[in-house]
Design a protein around this ligand. Structure first.
Ligand code: AMP
Ligand code: ZN
Length: 118
C-alpha cells in the first residue's frame, strides 16, 4: 500500500467507495463523477502507478481487470457493450496515480473515442 494514495485507501476501506466487486487481485467501485450511466473503476489491489511502471509481475492483476470487465459492465447495466479506458501518465491525462480501468457504458453508445483536435 502506498500511504498517500487515495485508491490504496479505498482498497483498505479507509476512504468509502461504492464497491461492486473484489477478489484477491482487483477491486472495483463506481466512479465518484460518472461520465456515463455506467462508470466503474477497476484497480489492482497492489499499488501500481500506471502501465508505464507495469512489469510481467503485474500481468495477473492486469489480466483479471480485463477478464472481469464484461461481467461487471453487464451487471451494472451495460449488457450491450462498453468501453475500457486506461489513462497513463501526464500525456495520457491520468489524474489519480494508481492504475485504474474505466468501464463506461449504459443504454446508448458512449460516443467517439477521442475528441478531434482540429
Ligand atoms: P483519471 O483521469 O483516469 O486518473 O481518472 C480518475 C477518476 O477517478 C475520475 O473519473 C474521478 O472521478 C475518479 N475518482 C477520483 N476520486 C474518486 C473517489 N474517491 N471515488 C471514486 N472515484 C474517484
Ligand atoms: Zn495506490
Amino acid at each position: 500500500m502506498s500511504s498517500d494514495c487515495i485508491f490504496c485507501k479505498i482498497v483498505a476501506g479507509q476512504i468509502p467507495s461504492k464497491k461492486v466487486y473484489e477478489d484477491d487481485l482487483v477491486f472495483a467501485f463506481h466512479d465518484i463523477h460518472p461520465q456515463r450511466p455506467v462508470h466503474i473503476l477497476v484497480i489492482p489491489k497492489q499499488h501500481l502507478c500506471s502501465l508505464q511502471e507495469a512489469t510481467p509481475a503485474h500481468e495477473a492483476a492486469l489480466g483479471r481487470i480485463l477478464g472481469i470487465a464484461g461481467k461487471l459492465a453487464a451487471e451494472a447495466g451495460s449488457p450491450g457493450g462498453f468501453r475500457v479506458i486506461i489513462n497513463n501518465g501526464e500525456i495520457g491525462c491520468q489524474e489519480v496515480p494508481h492504475l485504474h480501468a474505466h468501464i463506461v457504458g449504459g443504454d446508448q453508445p458512449v460516443g467517439p473515442m477521442l475528441k478531434r483536435q482540429d
